[in-house]
Design a protein around this ligand. Sequence first.
Ligand code: BMP
Length: 276
Amino acid sequence: ASILKQTYSQRAANHTNPAAKALLETIARKRSNLCVSVDVTKKADFLRIIDVVGPYICLVKTHVDVIEDFDYSLVEQLQELSVKHDFQIFEDRKFADIGNTVALQYSSGVYKIAQWSHITNAHPVPGPSIITGLSSVGLPLGRGLLLLAEMSTKGSLAVGSYTEEAVRMARANRDFVIGFIAQRRMDGIGLRDGESSAGEDFLVLTPGVGLDVKGDGMGQQYRTPREVVLESGCDVIIVGRGIYGKDNGANPDAVRAQAERYRAEGWKAYQERIGS
Ligand code: BMP
């Protein structure tokens, strides 16, 4: 059957990359295709939000470099929460340099992202060597990479042949590239004459998801979970401010209510998609 009609568990069974498999299994086990994006600048806010939303999510997306009081104990506490609540971790690093540099940025420095982040992402702009660099670090650790094939922002340059080339780069590196940050399914995109996408199953994780507003005044554009999962065939909804609000998630009850709401909307759209 087309990937669009397969369940997350069926797809998990056909994946060999450990990060892709673990994410799909977590989605199925928790009946949640919700990823929360926790873009706050204080450790205490970061950990409090994650502890509240933990039961409702499959994945936490971080921008670890915005945390002002970062120290490595934060990573340990994040890992403890990921075990407590059964979710995977995705550092949204958006690597974009030559292979040698991204390998250093991924493995080393203050954050040592490869040590703790199951999934990370990269802009395809440098070409395939960015995958070579990142996979030299991440593949031995069982990590997975997403390529930014499209962006949610107004005026994004990641369109047309850029998107097609991103998919071709992924296709040539299926051991490490597990999918895309994009706004729709990428199946069949960029295929040349005689090529087939049979056997491929790239995950599509989609930011720019919100139920109450259409944008943020800084170029962000929001679509609903239904538009993203049912109409565009994406696999995971990524929600930030829609869940923790304008006050860095100060009210845990409000944060919990939004997480439950997005989880329910995302799951309903998926069930409708697979026709169950
Ligand atoms: P919010 O839901 O608060 O708008 O946050 C969206 C998150 O997704 C941000 O962390 C942003 O960096 C990320 N993101 C995005 O919004 N659009 C993209 O195309 C790619 C992203 O990683």
